[in-house]
Ligand binder design. Structure first.
Ligand code: M6R
Length: 374
């Protein structure tokens, strides 16, 4: 029996049952929680997508013209992915913003629909602007993995990711399920029925493709063990893969203690080229999309400066193999969803790299799972 009192008066309790079980927070034979959580992604994606068989109905603003996405860290990368996907597939003007740098505005409805993304639902830097925007009359959509979290209670509409409890400090399954929800949101907002149908059918095949990739972990582990011998790395991509490059850099920093920078491929020649040497490996995302030719040119330019390239490729790779040290062959999927699969690959690379470097993978120094202070 549990009784709660407020100022000496018993406060009525509303009991709600959560679907999580204590067994989900065990390592279940895995060496680290991070590896277990990477492997749980096919199930996490299936469970999340199964919760929204009819898409994302009930948006508080029907047909919004503008969308503001606020989040921090890895969740910000999901926001950025959403921005790129939504702006390229609909007329909605979507903008992702690092929540801590968003100065709350009170100019009526100028922000349109506001979406807050936070796996924990407790990140202070995200909650602060959301509270201000809500007070200014904006409708808030929350995307979180934790039922009954502050964000869940604050938002007008909540879309839960069904990743189950995530114990490792580094976000993995909560990120890919956020990305899947953002793809559903893009399908909801586009008025092009073909685009929506392509996204939805691609999402149905996504968990199986992630399984195919995870089954090739040995190959990825070899690349990671080689990468572990360096202290600096660059990760480059174009289009909707840019958030994956940023996420790869974040993951390498936190779980492998490696200095890594992610950036749009073309930015290399605006400065970072000066740093390229045989001691600065570059990971390049080369999906089979409209950016492929530009990525191949970038790889040639990098290789000409002596830096070794690891190319993550789906589709044809013969022209890349000539210039790359290693090719990691990725399962193909509908273009806009490829970043989700590539994310799983960079998670595995970071994990095995951290392991080879002897890092405390699940609990990196100085970091907390949920950052509840400004
Ligand atoms: O709980 P949140 O998604 O709001 O957390 C935001 C960041 O602190 C978080 O994504 C952090 O960057 C990751 N744990 C890194 O893996």
């Amino acid at each position: 029996e549990l009784k709660v009192y407020r100022d000496g008066v018993e406060h009525p309790l509303q009991i709600r049952k959560l679907s999580w079980t204590s067994g989900q927070t065990e390592k279940n034979g895995y060496e680290h929680f991070m590896l277990k959580e990477i492997h749980e992604q096919p199930t996490a994606l299936r469970d999340t997508l199964a919760s929204y068989p009819d898409g994302l109905p009930g948006l508080p603003v029907e047909s919004p013209e503008r969308l503001l996405l606020l989040a921090c860290g890895t969740s910000y990368h999901a926001a950025l992915y959403a921005e790129l996907l939504i702006t390229s597939s609909s007329n909605v003007s979507a903008r992702a913003h690092v929540a801590s740098e968003y100065a709350a505005r009170t100019r009526g409805n100028s922000e349109g629909l506001v979406v807050a993304i936070s796996q924990s639902g407790e990140t202070a830097d995200t909650l602060a602007p959301i509270r201000a925007l809500k007070a200014a009359g904006h409708s808030i959509v929350g995307v979180t993995n934790v039922q009954e979290s502050s964000l869940d209670r604050l938002a007008d509409t909540v879309f839960l990711t069904k990743a189950g409890p995530e114990v490792a400090v580094a976000s993995t399954k909560t990120f890919t399920t956020q990305m899947a929800l953002m793809a559903l949101l893009a399908a909801e907002l586009t008025d092009d029925a073909q685009v929506a149908s392509d996204i939805r059918s691609g999402l149905r095949s996504l968990p199986g493709k992630v399984e195919q990739l995870i089954a090739r972990s040995d190959e990825i582990q070899k690349v990671a063990e080689w990468l572990a011998g360096f202290d600096h790395a660059f990760i480059v991509a174009k289009g909707a893969q840019v958030p994956v490059a940023l996420e790869a850099a974040l993951k390498l920093k936190e779980v492998a203690y490696m200095h890594a920078e992610g950036m749009p491929a073309s930015e290399l020649k605006h400065g970072p080229f000066a740093l390229l040497t045989p001691e600065t490996p570059v990971l390049a995302m080369v999906p089979d999309d409209e950016n492929r030719a530009r990525m191949v040119t970038t790889i040639r330019e990098i290789s000409a400066r002596g830096a070794p390239v690891v190319a993550l490729v789906d589709g044809e790779s013969a022209d890349i193999a000539e210039f790359a040290r290693t090719i990691v062959q990725m399962p193909g999927i509908h273009g806009s969803l490829a970043p989700i699969i590539y994310t799983v690959a960079v998670q595995l690379i970071s994990y095995y790299c951290g392991k080879a470097r002897g890092c405390p993978i699940d609990r990196p120094r100085n970091l907390a799972k949920s950052v509840t202070v400004h």
